[in-house]
Design a protein around this ligand. Structure first.
Ligand SMILES: Cc1cc2nc3c(=O)[nH]c(=O)nc-3n(C[C@H](O)[C@H](O)[C@H](O)COP(=O)(O)O)c2cc1C
Length: 179
């Protein structure tokens, strides 16, 4: 499988990236190709909402780094959304990339991609990821993804906390479990 990870933290070596790398290690051991895209380092503007694309009939009028990301997503068999929790949702940078799926909405949906969610937060309360998980599940439903699993990093507020958490092993095991 060709797996594309949209890594949504601005911290290249932060807690999200740590779980992403553990997931990737497991997935590579299971024989898959993994590509990590750090979306915060990409030149991606927010969607202008002009709908010149006709939700997939025509290319986006914006000329920025999103064309390359869309090429990679359209070449993938699996898409991993990875994000630190920011005010109980995903980061704005990752959301901007997902909003820009708009110009390839039908093509992305038609692929019936496998998907996963990898996330970290400072909070460890049981309701920490409720809103993000609801959003992810709604995206899975709308974009016709096949969910392969979620790694919810409770109490992963710093790289040190994350290293000591059980989320590292869960991320590795999720990658390794992929068929
Ligand atoms: C702007 C901002 C908003 C945050 N919002 C939340 C939050 O709503 N709940 C939470 O538990 N942690 C929140 N955090 C903490 C981060 O999710 C946490 O520190 C995470 O480990 C950062 O991951 P990173 O190292 O990949 O950037 C927030 C951090 C920042 C910078």
């Amino acid at each position: 499988m060709n797996i594309v990870i949209l890594q949504g933290s601005p911290n290249h070596n932060g807690s999200t990236a740590m779980l992403v790398e553990e997931f990737a290690r497991g997935a590579r051991e299971a024989g898959h190709a993994v590509e990590r895209i750090d979306v915060c380092a990409e030149d991606v503007n927010p969607c202008h909402g002009c709908v010149a694309c006709g939700y997939g009939a025509r290319p986006c009028v914006q000329r920025d780094g999103m064309a390359r990301i869309l090429d990679r997503v359209l070449a993938a068999d699996m898409l991993v959304l990875a994000t630190p929790l920011y005010y109980y949702g995903m980061t704005a940078q990752l959301k901007a990339v997902i909003d820009r799926f708009c110009s390839e909405n039908s093509a992305i949906t038609a692929k019936r991609l496998r998907s996963a969610l990898i996330t970290v937060a400072w909070n460890a309360d049981d309701w920490t990821f409720e809103a993000l998980v609801a959003h992810y599940r709604t995206l899975v439903r709308y974009l016709d993804f096949k969910d392969a699993g979620m790694v919810l990093g409770y109490g992963c507020g710093t790289p040190g906390m994350t290293k000591a958490s059980g989320a590292m092993l869960k991320a590795y095991e999720l990658g390794l479990s992929l068929e």
